[in-house]
Ligand binder design. Sequence first.
Ligand code: UTP
Length: 440
Amino acid sequence: MLQYWDELDTQSKAKLLKQIESIDFDLFNHLVESTRCIENKTSEIEMSPSPFISLEDSSVDWNALTRTGEAMIRQGKLGVLTVAGGQGTRLGWSGPKGTFPATPVTGKSLFQVIAEQILFASQKYDVKIPWYIMTSIENDQITRSFLLDNNCFGLDRTDIFIFPQGVIPAVDENGKMLLAEKDVVFTNPDGHGGVISALNRSGALEEMASRSLEHLSYVQVDNPLIKVVDPTFLGLHCSDHSSGEVTSKCVTKSGPDERVGVFCKRGGSINIVEYIDMTVEQTHELKDGQLAYCCGSIAAHLFSTSFIKNAAGDLPWHISHKSIPHFDSTTGNKVSPAEPNAYKFERFVFDLLPLASNSIVMQTKREEEFAPIKNAQGIDSAQTSMKLQCDRAIAWLRACGVDVSEEAMVEISPTTAASIEDIREIELPTEIGSDEVVSL
Ligand code: UTP
């Protein structure tokens, strides 16, 4: 870390010292040790398929659950938690991912889509629904400015709590840290699971307690179809089916090779296993003619605030072998290795699931709630997401009797409706033709 110390000016020395002081060396040493056992990792994870409750299951009284959820929302028990600290490497967008224009007709940003859903629900249920946004050190300021410049999309500024996630140094194959610059140790964001310690550190948990919040709707920033405030889901979470600690949404996997985490049972509790950690045999395994591991995670969960508070610090670290540009200690030049040269560490939010005494999974419809924007092109890109958003809008309108052409471009604003039932309340056109572009 101090290799270039003598070359640094006073300001750079102070900057480097401040960064070094912020590093948790006990944790770092522990992580270095964990890289030494990496070769011993077994290739097959022992697991069995996860149980789930489908929205199509007619033995469940979904109307009653929706009423329970609505009552909880009206009493001000629900807040929204968005993780938006990711680097969005695959998308390649220059700003924070939340500022990416995502909707098919009006090009609303991902942040606006979430903000407007919160606004709609706050008005519908006549209640404040606070929004907690995790940023990264890199995108924190720009996220704040973006929201303020856009008047928080109609939300009250005092109901938005923005906090940055932590960072963690990477370790090279000799157990050393790397220098990103001569006066900067290379660190990376500590993963979406860093949200637990960041909520603690930032005072967000106390803020939630002062509002008597009981549950958080956790959503990622990059799925504009997700129902951010979903009374039915909340009703299930608060019902006898669950311990009310964690409830998660899944969709049926589109095929064995879909790159989503999968719900499974391990050691008696519900877990999510990443697709890269499953063997080909596991991803293709069949049960009753269907994929055995069919429950794909869409990274939407309800967490009770008390559960989050108690879970702080308990999440494991995941290691990945990466190519990290750095200052080469022998030549003193900046190098960008073609091959992985170091280990990065991250925490994942889904590791909270096995900590719950009874975590449950609700299967929702993919076409209703899943249109992620991950890549610049191809699968899970803005193009595929916009098509799915448009398809859902058309399906909602058709369910209300509107004659809509398959080729029409339709967007339904989150401030207009959150469901087909809401659409029924508004005045609708009788017909939308193939060349029409409509925003409702
Ligand atoms: P992804 O795992 O898809 O990562 O994040 P990403 O950063 O958006 O994109 P890539 O992998 O670099 O291309 C899923 C969600 O978790 C958040 C992201 O902002 C996104 O909402 N996230 C991810 C964090 O908040 N912090 C992290 O350290 C990682």
